[in-house]
Design a protein around this ligand. Structure first.
Ligand code: ATP
Ligand code: LTN
Length: 327
């Protein structure tokens, strides 16, 4: 049985890109998977401590509202299993500074900053430690994270070569449609939590009226055909991908239906489908945040389950790398 592991940062609010590229698929295929709110990753850029605490709880509640079921999978907070930082250190001694500096996300997030934290450079090693600590086979992510999963594979292979077969070499899985949802106002850039584009970003908890307004004002082009062509028609193609995911219908089928309908009719259909797609999550969220004690219990239970897997991996890693046993 193949084990899935994935993570999401408690920075900003969950948007449609996160939902389509990652979280929605986690829910569909959640049995025996591990899903993690990666609070330690959220410390790599300047942040407010109170907001990190509140954001971690909000995101965990939202993941439960989206349909992750603690009886079927393990939902936990990254820092609740602290040995992940020990494995990060050990992997730091396997990774090279050169390969970390080449990571696209490091270059993008560090670009234009006067100084960047060592944590930002080390971000992918912490992510590798997450994945490898839990003997993960598959890592469901959006396209932007493929490079980090490739690095994880390289580190695991290098580790196994140096210290003997110890770590499971994982692979990334990306969705066939929707691996990179674009900003509605800037359809060549990915929809993102850290870019300030409120009109271009649909939040999972946005009110239906707000969703409709954002879709209707999405940037398209001066043509009229509803056709999937990412190069020539990035805005329309993004909306087609969203409609496909929200309705479960194939893109050619949607092109046949909306090809000549005009952008107004097409956008109305996209807005309606997205409202329906997100409605159940929105509905469940309020009840979940209203019961903080239950959320705390769910996360504690998740941490206990995750800890059991982590400690077995760490025993193997410590022994393979020559660390002296404590007993
Ligand atoms: P930031 O833009 O600040 O880096 P983010 O929006 O990418 O944040 P993350 O917590 O880093 O959010 O990502 C959680 C998951 O969502 C990852 O698997 C990532 O690949 C996926 N994801 C993020 N943005 C998109 C997008 N626009 N389209 C598809 N998947 C996405
Ligand atoms: N870097 C990821 C979040 C993340 C992750 C992981 C994803 C941290 N650890 C392990 C998959 C597996 C991102 O989405 N930005």
């Amino acid at each position: 049985m193949s084990r899935q592991f994935s993570g999401i940062q408690p920075t900003g609010d969950m948007h449609l890109g996160n939902f389509v590229g990652a979280v929605g698929r986690w829910v569909q295929d959640q049995d025996d998977g591990l899903f993690c709110v990666v609070d330690l990753h959220a410390m790599t850029l300047p942040y407010d401590p109170a907001e990190l605490t509140a954001g971690t709880r909000r995101l965990a509640a939202l993941l439960l509202a989206a349909g992750l079921d603690p009886d079927r999978c393990t939902l936990f907070v990254q820092s609740h299993v602290p040995v992940v930082t020990e494995l990060t250190w050990i992997l730091n001694c396997v990774a090279t500074v050169g390969e970390l500096r080449r990571m696209t996300q490091f270059k993008e997030k560090g670009h234009g900053q006067e100084s960047v934290s060592a944590g930002l450079l080390d971000y992918p090693v912490l992510m590798a430690a997450d994945i490898l600590l839990y003997d993960s086979d598959e890592v469901p992510v959006g396209e932007d994270q493929i490079q980090h999963v490739e690095l994880t594979r390289d580190l695991a292979t290098r580790f196994n070569h140096r210290f003997g077969d110890t770590l499971v070499v994982p692979k990334a899985t990306v969705p066939p449609v929707g691996a990179r949802i674009k900003d509605l106002q800037n359809p060549t850039a990915k929809m993102s939590k850290s870019v300030d584009s409120p009109q271009g970003t649909i939040l999972v908890l946005d009110d239906p009226k707000v969703i409709t307004k954002k879709v209707k004002s999405a940037v398209t082009d001066s043509d009229t055909a509803v056709r999937f062509d990412v190069e020539q028609k990035p805005g329309v193609s993004n909306l087609l991908a969203l409609l496909s995911v929200a309705t479960g219908r194939a893109i050619p089928d949607l092109e046949a239906e909306y090809g000549t309908s005009g952008y107004g009719t097409f956008k109305a259909a996209v807005a309606e489908a997205l409202v329906e797609y997100l409605r159940p999550t929105r509905g469940r969220y309020e009840a979940l945040v209203a019961d903080p004690a239950e959320l705390t219990r769910s996360l504690a239970r998740g941490a206990t389950k995750a800890e059991a897997i982590a400690s077995a991996t760490m025993d193997r890693v410590r022994s393979a790398t020559g660390l002296l046993p404590t007993t």
